[in-house]
Ligand binder design. Structure first.
Ligand SMILES: Cc1ncc(COP(=O)(O)O)c(C=O)c1O
Length: 434
């Protein structure tokens, strides 16, 4: 038999035979507490019979239907979304994942501008610390050095503006004017590039793993929303990681009562039970494309009936079990435990995040914020140590930004499991940075 390489490039490989609740079970029976919900995806926990039954029924009843006409599971998903989406987002496009959804949102923004007579507005402003996907266009708008490596010359040079990073704000750590600083940086980017060339501003409301649960100052988002309106720029919020309850609100933009023109989702939409992404746009965006006769192409596997069935069920379970409230409460417990564990730690400079999207930042020197050398592989070593102790964390950072360990467990995690998670994290950080 030919030797086939899986994964494509060599990396640590673990054989998992089962997933149940917040645990993965390895082939030799070890239970791993999944403190990251995979890639910060699992929200209702793994192995729910109800979701499996819905997927089974959709597979038997309507296996595959394209073009994406209505099927019972697609109708169920639309019904479930009614309990989640802000009223202003009336147009729904469903893809097979977050990258495709961001790419579709970028295309819609450019088409929208062309449709309203602004064809020179074809560029997307993104932020220097961000991640939006694997395709060439979404990589081009991702401020993630590590994931751009070897592709630099193939990536469209879209305009870039800094991501709010309160700890490392150039005015000083958590400076009172930090929010205004980053808002003015965006204004400078728009003015330098020319508003007449910009279709949209694409950003994560709370920066996911690239920055490690970076929460902007409270004045940032309302001012950015106003600035987008002032310059005729659409606001696309990438809620692939933060959407559907992860940060303790239905959507992270609601922490600041700000609504985007296009909201992008993935991950928690189907909670890991199926691949699915969603693009939700305002009527203004949708009707402009419609009036101009522009198309929005579907993906062959977008809105797959089985995936829609999974998502409809996951979204219903989140509501029935009041799991967004649970994510908010568990998030407060996790914050408190992290603060207690790392308050005086010589290598952990910050614990941050909202709800069940949290991270710690590990540095060589907490006074100067000097990181460990990249070659020390501190994040990977912490993640490896913790895995050896039965807890899986998600390594964050971008390469030049390091060392960040992210947490995003399923919302059903108990307080006792949160205590275990934090104890293992503390031990692993100590052992690696000692
Ligand atoms: C904020 C954000 N956007 C987009 C993506 C890409 O989604 P996917 O991996 O489903 O294509 C990710 C994945 O990590 C993400 O975190």
């Amino acid at each position: 038999m030919t030797e086939r390489h899986w994964p494509f490039l060599p990396s640590r490989n673990v054989a998992i035979d089962r997933a149940e609740g917040v645990y993965l079970v390895t082939r030799d029976g070890q239970r791993i507490l999944d403190a990251a919900g995979g890639a910060i995806v699992g929200n209702i926990g793994y192995g729910r019979q109800r979701v499996a039954d819905a997927v089974y029924r959709a597979t038997l009843d309507t296996t595959y239907v394209v073009p994406p006409w209505l099927t019972p599971s697609r109708e169920a998903l639309l019904g479930a979304l009614d309990n989640w989406l802000p009223e202003s987002l009336t147009r729904v496009h469903v893809t097979s994942g977050g990258s495709e959804a961001n790419e579709a949102a970028m295309k819609m923004a450019v088409q929208y501008q062309a449709a309203i007579g602004e064809p020179t507005r074809s560029r997307i402003i993104h932020r220097d610390l961000s991640y939006h996907g694997t395709t060439l266009a979404t990589t081009a708008v991702s401020g993630h050095e590590g994931r751009r490596r070897g592709l630099e010359r193939a990536l469209t040079p879209y305009p870039v503006t800094p991501t709010p990073y309160p700890l490392r704000c150039p005015l000083g750590s958590h400076h009172a004017d930090c929010g205004a600083f980053y808002v003015e940086a965006l204004r400078a980017t728009i003015q330098r590039e020319g508003a007449e060339t910009i279709a949209a501003f694409l950003a994560e409301p709370i920066t996911g793993s690239s920055g490690g649960a970076l929460v902007p100052p409270d004045d940032y988002w309302p001012a950015v929303r106003a600035m987008c309106d002032e310059f005729g720029i659409l606001l696309i919020m990438d809620e692939v990681m933060t959407g559907f309850g992860r940060t303790g609100r239905d959507f992270a933009c609601q922490h600041w009562s700000v609504l985007p023109d296009i909201l992008v989702s993935g991950k928690g939409l189907a909670g890991g039970y199926a691949p699915l992404g969603g693009v939700f746009a305002t009527e203004q965006v949708g009707s402009a494309l419609q009036d101009a006769g522009f198309g929005v192409m579907f993906n062959t596997f977008g809105a797959h009936p089985a995936a829609c069935a999974a998502a409809a069920e996951v979204l219903s379970i989140l509501r029935e079990e009041d799991l967004v409230t649970r994510a908010a409460a568990a998030g407060e417990t996790l914050s408190r435990l992290l603060e207690d564990a790392f308050a005086d730690h010589p290598r952990v400079v910050e614990c941050r995040g909202r709800g069940l999207l949290q991270a710690i930042e590990v540095v060589q020197d907490v006074e100067t914020l000097e990181p460990f050398p990249q070659a020390d592989n501190v994040t990977a070593r912490i993640v490896g140590k913790a895995l050896g102790k039965g807890v899986f964390f998600y390594g964050g950072g971008t390469g030049s930004v390091r060392d960040i360990v992210c947490m995003g467990p399923p919302f059903i995690i108990t307080d006792a499991e949160l205590e275990t998670l934090v104890a293992v994290l503390r031990e692993s950080v100590d052992e690696v940075t000692r």
